[in-house]
Write a protein that binds this ligand. Structure first.
Ligand SMILES: [Zn+2]
Length: 448
């Protein structure tokens, strides 16, 4: 309890500093960013034997000249990469295996793991001072939406996401759960009827959920089974499509605010009240949008991945860490709100896969998720999923209305032909609900 009070007070104090930065000019922001990067690198070179070797001969080189850190490399070198002598991967793994509640590792560190659905899971940890910034980064998204987010007055909140204690969203929620932040946490893997019943009982003022789940809940609201009236609706961790936005605003009469975060970085970007895109939190994280060979991708184009440098990371410094999200930067960074941060105008999350198809001359070509979004967004349904297995494309539609099957198949067919690939056999299937993954997400694009 004492720890929660200290955390809430520290986050409030830090919020004042974050708000001041919103007023900065862009040159002021960039000079702050350069100073913060220099401090992070000095710390890593002094305390991490891994970075001493990894950046040998490059300690004065610009960020863009530094090698890229993959999850594999991070996990292979964990004990040398961390800057604290009391942190060893074996111990952290043992702690995670036994984690049930909100206890800290070594009574000192907050730990989160990324879902290890493919390959090795990543493990990240923060001490109290870093955790204040983790929580503050998410809180900034609420602040920009005009909500004081339960820190200065109580805002009843419902979070429908993963409740696994090793996931960061659960951790952030649990660490500030208190009488200030009355929060109902619902596992997004639960039955929709049960989620609806619990939300009706709780009547949240703030609703936070995965985009696919918000879509299902908006449908439930429009069907009068769900009867809540949240003042703030946030979508996190999945692609928020235009049609989900429209459904949510029809359901609750409020615009949905999109938030982009990741366990590795915490909050990275959020929308302001102008909804012109998501502003990158450039004072907290440097986000480089790059192609498959780590070369910068110009604004207006989608990158293949991002390289993130977390400016406040100290226990486990992250410098040019690779994440598989595909982002598009806006050509201009001016927004009527006046904030100095660059805007992301498009995001293709890691929950979706870019599908690969054969071309006429026997080559293979990747088709980005957006190609399907443009078509599927025009379909009226409680949900959809495009699934590739073998040389067949199966399109699942949850409770579609006024569906013209032939026209939809033709639209997908011609969109794929427009991408210069051989359109596969396309099969439509109507379902009651889109199947969700073990984490409770309903990915829009799946490759099997
Ligand atoms: Zn703005």
């Amino acid at each position: 309890m004492a720890r929660t009070v200290a955390l809430v007070l520290a986050v409030l104090g830090y919020r004042r500093r974050l708000r001041r930065r919103d007023q900065w000019s862009r040159p002021r922001l960039l000079s702050y960013q350069a100073e913060a990067l220099a401090r992070l690198r000095a710390h890593a070179y002094k305390k991490s034997s891994f970075y001493q070797d990894f950046h040998v001969g490059l300690t004065d080189a610009p960020l863009s000249a530094l090698p890229v850190l993959t999850k594999q490399r991070l996990m292979d070198n964990f004990d040398r990469l961390v800057t604290r002598l009391d942190v060893h991967l074996d111990d952290v793994e043992r702690y995670l295996a036994q984690l049930r509640g909100n206890e800290l590792f070594n009574n000192r560190y907050f730990v989160s793991a990324t879902a290890g659905t493919t390959g090795r899971r990543g493990i990240f940890l923060w001490d109290f001072a870093e955790w204040v910034q983790v929580v503050s980064s998410y809180n900034r998204a609420f602040d920009w939406a005009g909500s004081t987010a339960g820190l200065t007055h109580r805002v009843k909140t419902a979070v429908v996401s993963s409740t696994n204690p090793s996931h960061q969203s659960a951790r952030v929620g649990a660490s500030i759960h208190s009488r200030w932040v009355p929060t109902l946490r619902i596992d997004s893997g639960d039955e929709i009827a049960s989620i609806v019943a619990r939300l009706n009982g709780w009547q949240p003022e703030m609703l936070i959920g995965y985009a696919s789940l918000l879509r299902l809940l908006a449908e439930e609201q429009l069907a009068d089974r769900l009867t809540i009236s949240p003042q703030f609706v946030f979508s996190a961790s999945e692609v928020l499509t235009d049609s989900t936005r429209r459904l949510a605003s029809a359901a609750w009469g409020r615009p949905t605010f999109n938030v982009y975060g990741a366990t590795e970085t915490s909050g990275i970007a959020a929308e302001c009240g102008q909804h012109t895109g998501m502003h990158l939190f450039e004072d907290l994280v440097i986000t480089e949008v790059v192609d498959a060979d780590n070369r910068p991708v110009p604004p207006g184009q989608y990158g293949a991945k991002v390289l993130v440098t977390v400016l406040f990371s100290r226990t486990l410094p992250l410098i040019r860490y690779e994440m598989s999200d595909s982002l598009q930067l806006a050509a201009r960074h001016n927004c009527p709100c006046g904030r100095p941060y660059a805007l992301i105008t498009g995001i293709q999350g890691r929950e979706q896969e870019a599908l690969i198809f054969a071309t006429a001359n026997g080559q293979h070509r990747t088709v980005q998720p957006l190609v399907f979004h443009h078509i599927m967004d025009r379909v009226t349904a409680a949900g959809w999923q495009v699934k590739q297995h073998g040389d067949e494309l199966e399109v699942l539609l949850a409770q579609p209305r006024d569906l013209d099957q032939q026209a939809l198949v033709a639209a997908i067919h011609s969109a794929l032909a427009g991408q210069d690939v051989q359109p596969p056999r396309i099969k439509l299937r109507e379902v009651a609900t889109i199947p969700r993954t073990a984490l409770g997400k309903a990915p829009l694009i799946v490759r099997e």
